[in-house]
Design a protein around this ligand. Structure first.
Ligand SMILES: [Zn+2]
Length: 107
């Protein structure tokens, strides 16, 4: 899988992203593209507002005042990705430390 996506690919992922069903392996390229591509960013804002706006009106969220705007959603995803990466890195570091301890013990 290439790291960079074209606009068509990115736009296909708007709905999964908004629904929180986008696979994490696509998330990085997706967020990066939206950062760099003004067209997709605008398109995303429109999608997001339409979908979330409809849902917001249909549910009681309006009463509770739970509105996350499109930019907050992107920031949240970026945070999620960072946490996800740190966790994975943490696992690698622990693995390396265990290996090194074994080597020291057995040498
Ligand atoms: Zn684009």
């Amino acid at each position: 899988m290439r790291d960079d996506m074209d606009c068509k690919e990115v736009q296909k992922l708007f709905i999964p992203f908004i629904n929180d069903t986008l696979e994490v392996k696509y998330l990085d390229a997706f967020l990066q593209h939206l950062e760099e591509c003004q067209d997709c960013r605008e398109e995303y804002d429109i999608y997001y507002t339409l979908i979330m706006g409809t849902r917001y009106l249909e549910t009681d969220a309006a009463k509770a005042g739970e509105w996350v705007d499109s930019a907050e959603k992107l920031n949240g995803a970026q945070d999620y990705l960072t946490t996800y990466r740190l966790r994975r890195l943490g696992k690698i570091v622990i693995g390396v430390v265990i290996c090194l301890s074994c080597m020291i013990l057995f040498v």
